[in-house]
Design a protein around this ligand. Structure first.
Ligand SMILES: Cc1cc2nc3c(=O)[nH]c(=O)nc-3n(C[C@H](O)[C@H](O)[C@H](O)COP(=O)(O)OP(=O)(O)OC[C@H]3O[C@@H](n4cnc5c(N)ncnc54)[C@H](O)[C@@H]3O)c2cc1C
Length: 399
């Protein structure tokens, strides 16, 4: 069958590889003039890393991965540890592989290289899609240059501001979360003294996540979340300043302020949007994948992971629709609906939990915060609260 994929991000490229492996012809349409990623770091937990391995990317993925030694929650004003969990061998044994932190550019590069090596995947850059017309036997993609192309199946993997989403009934607007993320990097030489932890410093209305990324652990990646009344610029990322970042975290622990002093500019500001879980992901032979159908706040570090899981489950649902059989509208449409049903509950739960984590992380000091910290300190053993996220295996999960 012929697949048209709108969007060449992590979700679009992973699904292209998944479909090509099953013998389908794939065309990817990316509006940018190059396959590239914005943003600095991303964490890939075992529930998604296993899919990359299954695509033959294990060595390439290992080569770009940093494996944090611990997940640590710290208190904003004195850096005291609220809770620490080891990412030790027992973690890797339990979940099949370690959790990895990677530079987004490195991840997109290994995906793009893998895609380029497959003759049945064709990537068209500078191809801006305006809309899609879903049909039962085929769906048609319309481009900004007034051309159009039809495919047996169309996958909208075009991110949070998806143009495919409204074509399958998702006409809601993305909602601004009231928070912005300042993204900043510190070169390794300036932070060699720091442990290789995934750290989350939580405080009133704000939190700061830091972890090493890049081949040879070349940067400490900082994501500093801070409140913002509204977002009025058209772009959802814009340059920020280090002074502004420091001002927003004035009064936080000397350890954090010392890290901020070592930041290498530029600093970027990223508006954080999400949407409510969507009930209908597809019509006929068109479906959605990744942020196009389940954009979430990054407070579970799962957006890319869920897009990668989607690709694996979609591939499995299409296993009965044979590439060599030619178009089989009814079977393909049934497979897409099965995929959507298989994914909706889990992705909605991740979206909702990510949204709730904002309140959990940003509690003002007081009895509620003390209760939270006591719960985190004493509470569920191991990675209990994340068990349902990490233990899911999209390669074998029931669909
Ligand atoms: C601060 C921050 C930190 C994060 N940290 C993590 C993390 O640690 N772990 C994790 O798993 N996730 C994380 N995420 C979430 C993750 O970045 C997203 O969920 C993920 O990038 C979604 O991938 P996608 O392929 O669905 O969409 P995108 O990455 O948005 O890709 C969509 C692609 O479609 C293209 N496109 C858009 N419109 C069109 C069009 N009209 N025509 C053609 N092409 C088009 C775009 O150019 C882009 O290349 C984080 C997000 C943020 C904001």
């Amino acid at each position: 069958m012929r697949f048209g994929i709108v969007g060449g991000g992590i979700g679009g490229l992973t699904s292209a590889l998944v479909m090509a492996r099953r013998g389908h012809d794939v065309a990817v349409f990316e509006r940018s003039s190059a396959i590239r990623e914005v943003g600095a770091g991303v964490q890939i937990s075992p529930n998604a890393g296993c899919v990359l391995r299954s695509l033959g990317l294990g060595d390439a993925f290992d080569a770009i991965s940093v494996h944090p030694e611990r997940m640590v929650f710290r208190r904003w004003e004195d850096d005291s540890i609220i809770r620490a969990n080891d990412f030790d061998e027992a973690f890797a044994d339990q979940y099949g592989m370690p959790l990895a932190s990677v530079a987004r550019t490195d991840l997109i590069e290994i995906l793009a290289q893998a895609v380029a090596a497959v003759p049945t995947i064709n990537v068209s850059l500078a191809s801006r899609v305006t809309h899609v017309e879903p049909g039962d036997d085929s769906s048609t993609i319309f481009f900004a240059d007034a051309t159009s192309l039809s495919f047996d199946v169309v996958i909208g993997a075009d991110g949070i501001h998806s143009v495919v989403r409204p074509c399958v009934g998702g006409a809601d607007s993305a909602r601004f979360s009231g928070s912005v993320a300042y993204r900043a990097l510190v070169p390794l030489d300036a932070v060699k003294d720091l442990p290789v932890d995934f750290t989350n410093r939580v405080g009133p209305d704000r939190h700061v996540v830091s972890y090493f990324i890049g081949k040879d652990r070349r940067y400490l990646n900082l994501v500093c979340i801070s409140p913002e009344d509204s977002w009025t610029t058209e772009s959802w990322t814009e340059p920020g300043t280090l002074d502004d970042l420091r001002e927003r975290f004035a009064g936080w622990s000397p350890e954090l302020l010392s890290i901020l002093d070592r930041v290498e500019e530029p600093v970027f500001r990223w508006a954080l949007y999400d949407r409510e879980p969507l009930e209908q992901w597809g019509i006929g032979s068109t479906t959605l994948l990744g942020d196009a159908c389940h954009p979430m706040l990054p407070f579970m570090a799962q957006g890319s992971c869920q897009a990668i899981e989607d690709a694996a489950i979609l591939g499995r649902c299409l296993d009965d629709v044979h590439a060599g059989d030619g178009p089989d509208g009814a079977a393909a449409v049934a497979a897409l609906r099965r995929y959507e049903t298989a994914r909706q509950g889990r992705t909605a739960r991740v979206q909702t939990t990510s949204f709730m984590n904002r309140d959990l992380f940003h509690m003002p000091d007081g009895p509620m915060q003390q209760g939270r910290d006591e719960f985190l300190a004493s509470g569920v053993a191991g990675f209990g609260p994340l068990e349902w996220v990490y233990s899911y295996d999209p390669l074998t999960a029931a669909i």
